[in-house]
Design a protein around this ligand. Sequence first.
Ligand code: GDD
Ligand code: MG
Length: 374
Amino acid sequence: MKALILAGGFGTRLRPLSCTRPKHLFPIANRPLLELTLEKLANNGIKKAILAVNFMARELERALGKSKYGIKLHFSSDLPDEPQAKRTFKGALGTGGPIKLAERLLGTSDPFFVLNGDILTNTNYSRIMKTHRKTDGIATIALRRVKDPSRYGVVELVDKKLIRRFVEKPSDNAPSNLINAGIYILEPDIFEYILPGKTCSLEREIFPKLALEKALFGVEIKDLWIDVGEPTDFIEANRLWLKAEKETSTHSQKTRLDERVKIKDAVAIDENVVVGNESIIGPNVALGKDVSIGNAVRIKDSIIFPHTSISDLTTIESAIIGESVTVGRQVKIKNGCLIGDNSIIRDGVTIAPDVRICPAKDISEDILRSRCVV
Ligand code: GDD
Ligand code: MG
């Protein structure tokens, strides 16, 4: 079986961290999100995956290589491989256009999976396929019940499986709280619905049409599922994954923790991490490779990217600290903060909730209200 993974979005809501890496490679418990997805796909019998890329295509190719967990990887870019000056098409193909573009790679004989690449889930993909096989539809989509459906595609379901209506991001009057989970089985007939070389939204143009034709079906999933679209989602995704996949904390063998370090489960600690005396780490913390933490540091509900160093007596709560950041002594970083790669936060600085700091900034004074430092 084949799968196409949509991985070309810009990750605007995760800036500035997504300025320097695609959101699909953000680490969940120190592993890139797409690696976790590919591992699950491999366990569900997928042998070939097409990565539909655009923004930061090279970074994705370099990070994932030619195969993962026995799945052969192909990269299909929205942007034609021709010199800049000769390009006839400069944009992004949306969520539908990349499927048409990959028609030859996907083949026209069997149904295939299409996945939003920014979803973390441990769902049973084979179960969705089983449901699809019992229908005569062109598409079956995984559905998920949420409290607030307004930021998702929302469906109206009849007879448990048939979708009567599909509305993308309804501003009001959402037809239900069952949302599109971004996991689809599509029949090759879908290629007839998408024009080649054009931007197309599956959710705004194709699914509503299929619903009218009674060719759109849904299956509710109740497993771990989260769209890693916003900073709070990313922290929550780490928390959920740590809880679901690891009973207790995991430390790389090559890591050195002082005897008087307190680890509160669950925590993921990568290679060559150093944590000093009296520091309290966790719960829900991921420390990336080569991270160095001083004495009496307190970190909870946070993600620290590789090669970052944090000095003594600093506290960090519900924040994301980018790669190769230097955080001084007695710094306070409050909830919702995003610190861009290569930044320096000087000794004694307090950073208020929800502050975003662009890469390579040198911060020597307190930032006391929520804003973006560019
Ligand atoms: N190649 C390519 N080209 N990929 C794209 C493009 C594009 O132009 N635009 C978006 N993508 C990829 C993104 O990288 C992401 O993995 C996926 O398509 C979905 O795009 P998002 O921008 O993350 O959409 P969303 O989160 O607002 O909404 C989507 O996901 C929800 C579930 O989380 C929709 O599918 C909703 O209906 C759904 O409920
Ligand atoms: Mg998304």
